[in-house]
Design a protein around this ligand. Structure first.
Ligand SMILES: O=C(O)C(=O)Cc1ccccc1
Length: 427
């Protein structure tokens, strides 16, 4: 057995070689991508192309299988890139986004000439077939799965046991987009996930707002009076705190990785004293009954998710776009005021501004070459504004912001989710 180290893989698997976050889940065979540590060279040979997580026992089957898939896919990508480099100029292009192109331009009949690239060719597209692979943290029935379905209706949503794994799946070309909850109308920003955006080099390419309709789930026949404990994702527990008390539930609250995972845990352990806060779909999937529905404290409870890809999308001005940035400054007076003025003077509306302290916590920033450096900042500021990076106002505003700040990164410029939402039973 050969162990996979960052240097031997040639890809950054450092963040995978870390203490695995304890998961409460109990079924080791479910098709969830899990964090992986070791690479088995012998397995690698037989597991080529097992990135499809629909098949239980491949990606979801064991850590080694998934790691093998990562390594193989990554090495294929590298060798494809090397071949492309060796073969050189445009006349040798063999395929562009899956369309065969001319090998020898002089000999090709006129109507077989390669078509000019269009804007669609330049947008990040799946490298395999038509179905986008979209990893999310959690198990089927999680709200993130619903968000993936809203963003990409025909996608293959892939459950992962950690966000890190979802990010790595996209970085290693196993998947096309990752979905990440970033803020909630009740609970505010999910800071940990903003940290992930900084530690990785994926780009925000879209957003969806999802009305979240929580249910209290328990095994069939269990009544509220039997309950000692309610388990769920920390955001879900916080969003239902008042209602749980109003329901007269004198129970302990326990946080787990995701809402649907809580439902699955109760079902697979036959826990008759425990309820989960999760979606109605999770009740269906794991055979639980709904004891109460719509238990969020605010009926207009909405979570915002962002979609991440390896490449940014080309910003446009023919539809409403939003841009997300993060910046920090080392010293100086009124920096925040100056930054905000850069937007205000150009009539650019901000939809979010948030700071978070970073005094004693160096943050590992990754540059375009995926080289990580630790840097100390007192505060990081996250700003979302309503303009596309194709808009000259946004370009000028950012040029000005750059003058006042010591660190500035555009997390993405992407179409705004304009779909009207209203509280509904649909999760
Ligand atoms: O745990 C889930 O189902 C998630 O997708 C995260 C989450 C939790 C609570 C509200 C919205 C999203």
């Amino acid at each position: 057995m050969q162990s996979l180290t960052p240097s031997s893989s040639g890809i950054n698997l450092k963040s995978l070689i870390r203490t695995k976050i304890q998961s409460n889940r109990v079924n080791p065979n479910r098709p969830v991508i899990r964090c992986v540590y070791r690479f088995d060279a012998a397995n690698a040979a037989v597991n080529t192309g097992t990135a499809n997580t629909n098949s239980v026992g491949h990606v979801g089957g064991s850590r080694a299988d998934w790691q093998s898939s990562c390594a193989i896919l990554a090495s294929k990508v590298v060798s494809q890139q090397q071949n492309a480099e060796k073969s050189g100029g445009a006349g040798n292009i063999t395929a562009v986004n899956g369309h065969k192109a001319a090998m020898d331009l002089d000999l090709v009949p006129i109507d077989n000439q390669p078509k000019p690239l269009t804007i669609t060719d330049l947008s990040p597209a799946p490298m395999h077939g038509a179905q986008l692979r979209v990893p999310y943290q959690g198990v089927p029935g999680a709200y993130s799965e619903a968000a993936a379905g809203k963003a990409y209706p025909k996608c293959e949503a892939i459950p992962c046991d950690q966000f890190e794994v979802a990010f790595q799946a996209v970085e290693l070309w196993i998947a096309d987009r990752a979905v990440l909850p970033v803020e909630n109308s009740l609970g505010g920003s999910i800071h940990r996930n903003y940290d992930l955006l900084l530690r990785h080099r994926l780009h925000i390419v879209g957003e969806v707002q999802l009305p979240v309709h929580h249910c209290l789930l328990a095994l069939p026949g269990v009544r509220k009076e039997y309950l000692n404990r309610v388990i769920s994702h920390p955001q879900a527990l916080a969003q239902c705190e008042l209602t749980l008390t109003k329901l007269g539930l004198n129970v302990t609250r326990e946080a787990v990785d995701d809402t649907a995972g809580a439902a699955e845990y109760i079902a697979s352990n036959n826990l008759r004293d425990t309820a989960a806060i999760a979606s109605a779909r999770a009740a269906d999937l794991y055979g639980l009954q709904i004891l109460a529905e719509g238990i969020q404290d605010d009926s207009s409870n909405v979570t915002r998710f962002v979609m991440l890809a390896r490449e940014p999308i080309i910003p446009r001005t023919d539809r409403p776009f939003k841009t997300s940035i993060v910046f920090a400054h080392d010293k100086g007076t009124s920096v925040l005021f100056k930054v905000l003025s850069a937007f205000a003077f150009r009539n650019i509306s901000l939809t979010k501004i948030e700071s978070r302290p970073h005094r004693n916590r160096p943050i590992r920033l990754v540059d375009d070459a995926n080289v990580g450096t630790a840097k100390h900042f007192e505060y990081m500021f996250y700003v979302d504004f309503e303009a596309s990076m194709a808009d000259v106002r946004a370009q000028n505003a950012l040029a000005e912001v750059q003058e006042f700040t010591s660190f500035l990164r555009v997390l993405g410029s992407y179409p705004m989710d304009m779909t009207p939402w209203c509280p509904s039973r649909e999760d």
